[in-house]
Design a protein. Structure first.
Length: 209
């Protein structure tokens, strides 16, 4: 299944999950708060990849009430709910596949949480290069997301994906920590750090252009 077909399956899946999405993600709110807590003080322009209903933006606007945000998500139902939030006037929403839409450029920060574990390694190489190019010099990429600890676990996830992708509507394919770091370095990021968060199978990656 190619990236466009996979994106369409994810769009359908998350559109169906809209009524339960926020409740499901209540237990992930601390991972979303980690993004804002780790941002530098001089942030004015942010790109949010996989913004969903805007849960991580709640914390972002509490710390940076005047920040301008571009929020990209593949689910129109998610973005419709985001537009109902009190900070919506400061958010430009784009509905589409990360690999198709124009990210824009000169961002102080690109943030993402619980969104990028849907992509295989070869797709993430292209995606992280696109993230890198969208940042201004010295800009920061913060990704708090699901990981696996070993290459074996990663291969098991990919094997499961290949076996069931035409049967199950949604399958995660988290990469190993080693491969995440490798991709970030190879596309040009520097000063890369990784830290634990409240969720055992999640890590926070911080990388600078």
């Amino acid at each position: 299944m190619n990236i466009k077909e996979n994106g369409e399956k994810n769009r359908e899946f998350f559109n169906r999950k809209i009524d339960e999405y926020d409740t499901t993600h209540e237990s992930y709110m601390n991972t979303k708060k980690e993004l804002t807590d780790n941002l530098p003080n001089n942030i004015s322009k942010v790109l949010d990849l996989g913004a969903g209903t805007g849960l991580e933006l709640i914390y972002l606007f509490k710390r940076f009430p005047n920040v301008n945000v571009t929020a990209i998500d593949i689910s129109e139902n998610m973005l419709k709910k985001l537009k109902e939030r009190e900070f919506a006037s400061n958010v430009k929403t784009i509905c589409g596949n990360f690999f198709d839409v124009d990210f824009g450029n000169n961002y102080d920060a690109v943030i993402s949480t619980s969104a990028l574990h849907h992509f295989l390694k070869e797709d993430k190489i292209a995606l992280y290069k696109k993230v890198y190019d969208s940042l201004k010099d010295g800009g920061i990429f913060l990704n708090c997301d699901k990981v696996v600890n070993t290459d074996e676990e990663e291969q098991d996830a990919i094997k499961y994906y290949n076996e069931y992708i035409n049967i199950k509507p949604h399958i995660d394919t988290p990469l190993s920590i080693e491969h995440e770091l490798e991709i970030l370095k190879n596309v040009g990021f520097k000063n890369i750090t990784i830290s634990n968060v409240e969720k055992d199978n999640y890590r926070l990656y911080k990388a600078y252009k």
